[in-house]
Design a protein around this ligand. Structure first.
Ligand code: CUA
Length: 183
């Protein structure tokens, strides 16, 4: 496995060294320089380079994700962490004062819709992580006090997704669970 990169390294090193050797040998004796010809070659080189770069710019620019992200999400879910639970809700954003009233351990969202999770925490750092029904990690972001991180996800498959904590946050870190029902 390691042989291929090493062979590539050896080949490219050999090319670079031989270019240096050829240049060193060919510039050993003095020559008159035709400046007009040199300028023409430079301009040609510049034009070719510019054409290549513009071609790739035009080809790749439409694939940038920014126009997609500029569109608003279909749904917004507030994900608020607190030792030791996740609150997931489209309606409420619990605070420390009204946690018991507004806390919601589960949220239901439609499949195929783009969901924006607005992730924060009321105490220490937590790791907001979304697991698929088969246990695979789908996505994760940090939950930080005083910050709101946005995580956009589109669930293609319906099922019960689990939110766990990926940052060791205390004694009952393993109990931090939330549920996303994708219908
Ligand atoms: Cu919250 Cu670990």
């Amino acid at each position: 496995m390691i042989r291929t990169p090493f062979a590539v390294f050896l080949a490219s090193a050999a090319i670079i060294v031989s270019v240096f050797v050829i240049v060193a040998l060919s510039t050993g004796r003095a020559r008159t320089v035709e400046y007009a010809k040199a300028t023409r070659i430079r301009l040609l080189f510049f034009a070719v380079l510019a054409a290549i770069m513009i071609t790739f710019l035009v080809l790749t620019l439409p694939h940038l994700p920014y126009t997609l992200d500029a569109r608003g999400p279909d749904r917004i879910v507030h994900a608020v962490g607190k030792q030791y639970a996740w609150s997931l809700s489209e309606q409420t954003v619990p605070t420390l004062e009204n946690w018991d009233r507004d806390f919601s351990p589960a949220v239901t969202v439609p499949a195929g819709a783009q969901i924006e999770f607005r992730v924060t925490t009321l105490d220490v750092n937590h790791g907001f992580s979304v697991y698929a029904p088969d246990g695979h990690l789908v996505a994760q972001t940090q939950a930080m006090p005083g910050y709101m991180n946005r995580l956009r996800l589109t669930f293609d498959q319906p099922g019960t997704y689990t939110v766990l904590c990926l940052e060791f946050c205390g004694m009952s870190h393993h109990r931090m669970r939330g549920v996303i029902e994708v219908r």
